[in-house]
Design a protein around this ligand. Sequence first.
Ligand SMILES: Nc1ncnc2c1ncn2[C@@H]1O[C@H](COP(=O)(O)OP(=O)(O)OP(=O)(O)O)[C@@H](O)[C@H]1O
Ligand SMILES: [Mg+2]
Length: 293
Amino acid sequence: MAKKMLQYQGSSDYIVSDEMRNSVNIAMALGKPLLIKGEPGTGKTVLAQSIANALNKKLIVWNIKSTTKAQDGLYLYDTVQRLYDSQFGDGDVGNIKQYIQLGKLGEAFMAKEQLVLLIDEIDKADMEFPNDLLWELDQMSFYIPETRETITAHTRPIVIITSNAEKELPDAFLRRCIFHYIEFPSPETMEKIIRVHHPELEKKLMDQAMETFYVLRNITNIQKKPSTSELIDWLQALVVGGITPKDIKQEMPFLGVLLKKNEDLDQVLEQVYERQVNKKDKSINKTLSRFYR
Ligand SMILES: Nc1ncnc2c1ncn2[C@@H]1O[C@H](COP(=O)(O)OP(=O)(O)OP(=O)(O)O)[C@@H](O)[C@H]1O
Ligand SMILES: [Mg+2]
């Protein structure tokens, strides 16, 4: 990629692949939103923080819920307060401006300096939500009829949008975004990510934990595969619990940190048990007895 375009290089607390770095820089160069998809816990949300840190810009986070409407991101007109003031207050209720509260998008547009706007988990809202934002994200502008004002962005914010992999978003919306899918990290990348979170971790413990982790992820029929964030938590649990690499292999301690469904726990124990029985290894009985006491 041309050198001029290279702005985001990753940050000390966030490991980026070359593809991810390119996607971020292309989205910034074209002034388009970057849509990030990927399994839960693969670093979608923290990417925006990393971009803000690396480029020394402020981050505004708009967390999307099932009830969020596009309008919430623009502005809200507090009619109830105005009515209250007209009856009991002594303020100037004719000044409607004071009853207009900007939403996260409005806030980002009003900022004097360029900032990073994260629209987190866009797939949580209903299907209309992304389409309702098309105009505003394209034009970086919206009109407030109550005050006859147009809010236009001083500088185009860097917009990062995250979505979980399952749900499809409308075509018209996709067309306006640069898209990046976070592939599940390879063991080499995962090692670097772990080092960010556990710089002091003993190498042998990390290697054994990683081996067990990837075996668990590859067990068939598992409903909720453990992700990066669960591995980071598990390693913390292993350290706090004073677990040795040998213990991990024999007992698979704190499995509940990695697996969150009963069916998955059963599945793992069953498959590991079969494997150990074939190898005539008795150590797995320890694990089983802890779960089926
Ligand atoms: N590339 C990475 N470098 C450093 N840390 C990472 C990386 N990827 C994931 N993590 C860590 O994994 C954890 C989960 O990340 P994050 O919350 O961003 O995931 P997510 O994809 O947004 O998950 P969800 O879909 O559940 O919201 C965080 O603690 C984050 O620091
Ligand atoms: Mg997230």
